[in-house]
Design a protein around this ligand. Structure first.
Ligand code: ATP
Ligand code: MG
Length: 554
């Protein structure tokens, strides 16, 4: 993969602004999540972008909770968002809440009313929609559009005081009902909602709309570059209009394309449905595209940051192959995860010429990619577990694993020769029998033999058991949101496979949640958050096979 060396379009803008001495060359960004769900990988790229630009240009980045909608927002989400950002490796310069600005925003609204640029409208939501016009026809003025400033001031104050019911009145900007941009046809600034807010409690019953909160919040914080996703491009003139009419700090908005990922959905509304309808175990289910799900699954923060760098930023919506993310995950884990042995689908291998009631310890390298990682002790004895698929009674020629007469090396131990097997009455293999060559001991092999196959194993007398969860894509199709019908129709019923009895080497007995290891030949696995030494649970993070890299070589 080639590194992106040239500047992206936002860096170009910023560097020009610095050259021009705009805002004394200061760079101040913000990440503005709405606390109505957990963050997903799309947010992660936005976090990397906003915090990354601030870092690159010696600037600052605020965390601002865009909490202007009391109905969907919760403190649980605020906490999870902060946790996820820190885990990704970023720290905000200031923590703000749009709700902290409610009083200031109210006063901004009063200013606009006083300037004759806003009015209280008694029309219902339906009436307002009906008079909006269309892209080809102008809208029509509300009958309440020409109220006097005094009347508007009184009514707005009464709205705040709770004299009206939800929906009875709104505050609208007085711009132009024939404006070519529909968002400027007297947009709503405030609506009445008698709702409890997660921070301001019952202090307010009127709440500002996104368009009358976001730009103003940017301006209050003196944000220099307010970066948002492409769907807000048509909001930009309105963003500027409010700032200009109020004569406040001239923050500017820039848009980039939303990031989507194949085989998943990314809208919080849809993710919430998956959680509420128990299609997954929660927001942090390892199959979820949420940061918390990916963390639980074992995706390293470095891999998410790397992914964000590699995909860069675009001006057009696109959908990124999940294989690219997995590539970044493997690249990182290959460097950092210790290699261990675990047998997922066990069958017993008996080494008939090895003494009974004896064992020996081998020193095994933890990670050949990391010379600092050291070695660990691996006990070996007469009976070991191997993968059922590593034995075939009647094997094709190129089967370089165990078959009668074949020799393989047991990783870090000895070369063994397969002598046969024992089967139960149904013909299922219950034991594989081998003899070993004492002179083939790893590290001190004087046998002179070379064998084509090396397989992993776990000493039966020393094995611990664990539960292992294997994951597949959560959806059967690349873009479930773009298919006919409901996105939930495309959920992959086989997205999780549970293996209840997996044998693992004893060095794993006390691994703690969050630890990543490579089960040799089987993939990267991460110790689950619910795992305890008495009840070990591993999630498969990703397989070892690299489908994406192969795709690139074609
Ligand atoms: P969703 O549609 O998933 O609910 P949202 O845009 O409503 O997302 P916010 O909490 O408002 O979620 O988003 C916070 C920031 O993250 C915004 O600046 C938004 O532009 C950015 N963001 C959200 N989704 C993506 C995405 N898929 N790709 C890039 N940035 C995103
Ligand atoms: Mg949003």
């Amino acid at each position: 993969m080639s590194e992106e060396k040239s500047l992206n379009f936002l860096e170009e803008i910023i560097e020009n602004d610095i050259k021009d001495g705009l805002h004394s060359g200061r760079v101040h960004t913000r990440f503005p999540p709405e606390p109505n769900g957990y963050l997903h990988i799309g947010h992660a790229t936005s976090i990397c972008l906003n915090f990354g630009l601030a870092k690159k240009y010696n600037g600052k980045c605020n965390l601002r909770f865009d909490d202007t909608n009391p109905v969907t927002e919760e403190t649980e989400y605020v906490d999870s968002i902060k946790n996820d950002i820190r885990w990704l490796g970023f720290e905000w310069d200031n923590e703000f809440y749009a709700s902290d600005y409610f009083e200031t925003l109210y006063n901004f609204a009063v200013t606009l009313i006083s300037k004759g640029l806003a009015y209280v409208d008694d029309s219902s939501a339906e009436q307002i929609a009906a008079t909006k016009g269309s892209t080809t026809t102008p809208g029509s003025d509300s009958p309440f559009r020409n109220r006097t400033v005094e009347e508007n001031l009184t009514l707005f104050s009464d709205m705040r005081a709770g004299k009206y019911k939800d929906g009875e009145k709104t505050l609208r900007a007085k711009i132009d009902m024939a404006h070519p941009n529909l968002l400027l046809r007297d947009p709503l600034m405030y609506r009445i909602k008698h709702e409890h807010h997660h921070r301001t409690g019952n202090q307010w019953c009127i709440y500002p709309m996104y368009d009358f909160a976001h730009g103003q919040s940017d301006s209050i914080e003196e944000i220099t570059h307010s970066i948002c996703t492409l769907e807000f491009i048509h909001h930009r003139p309105l963003y500027n209009w409010f700032i200009e009419q109020l004569g406040i700090f001239p923050s500017r908005q820039f848009e980039f394309a939303r990031r989507n990922l194949t085989y998943t959905v990314m809208s919080k509304r849809k993710l919430l449905q998956l959680v509420n309808e128990n299609h997954v175990s929660g927001w942090d289910d390892p199959r979820m595209p949420t940061i918390s799900g990916m963390r639980r699954r074992g995706y390293p923060a470095e891999a998410l940051r790397r992914f964000s760098d590699v995909i860069g930023i675009a001006k057009r919506e696109n959908i990124v192959d999940i294989g690219l993310l997995e590539f970044c995950v493997r690249e990182q884990l290959n460097k950092s995860a210790n290699r261990v042995m675990a047998v997922l689908d066990p069958v017993k291998l008996v080494i008939t010429n090895y003494p009974e009631n004896t064992s020996e310890l081998f020193a095994a390298e933890n990670n050949p990619e990391d010379p600092e990682s050291g070695t660990r002790e691996l006990p070996f004895s007469r009976e070991v577990w191997i993968e059922r698929e590593d034995f075939m009674e009647e094997a094709p020629k190129k089967f370089f694993r165990l078959a009668p007469g074949n020799m393989v090396r047991l990783k870090s131990a000895y070369i063994v020769k397969c002598e046969g097997c024992i089967k139960d009455e149904n013909g299922v293999v219950t034991e594989v029998h081998c003899t070993y060559l004492p002179e083939s001991k790893s590290g001190n092999d004087t046998s002179g033999l070379t064998v084509k196959g090396t397989i992993h194993w776990v000493s039966a007398a020393h094995a611990h058991t664990a539960k292992v969860l294997l994951y597949d894509r959560l959806f059967k199709v690349e873009d479930p949101s773009n298919e006919d019908g409901n996105f939930k129709d495309y959920i992959n019923p086989g997205s999780m496979q549970v293996l209840d009895t997996v044998y693992i080497e004893p060095s794993l007995a006390f691994v703690t949640p969050g630890t990543s290891v490579q089960f040799m030949r089987k993939g990267y696995f991460c110790v689950d958050t619910l795992s305890t030494p008495d009840n070990l649970i591993f999630n498969r993070t990703v397989t070892l096979k690299d489908a994406w890299a192969k795709e690139q070589k074609k």
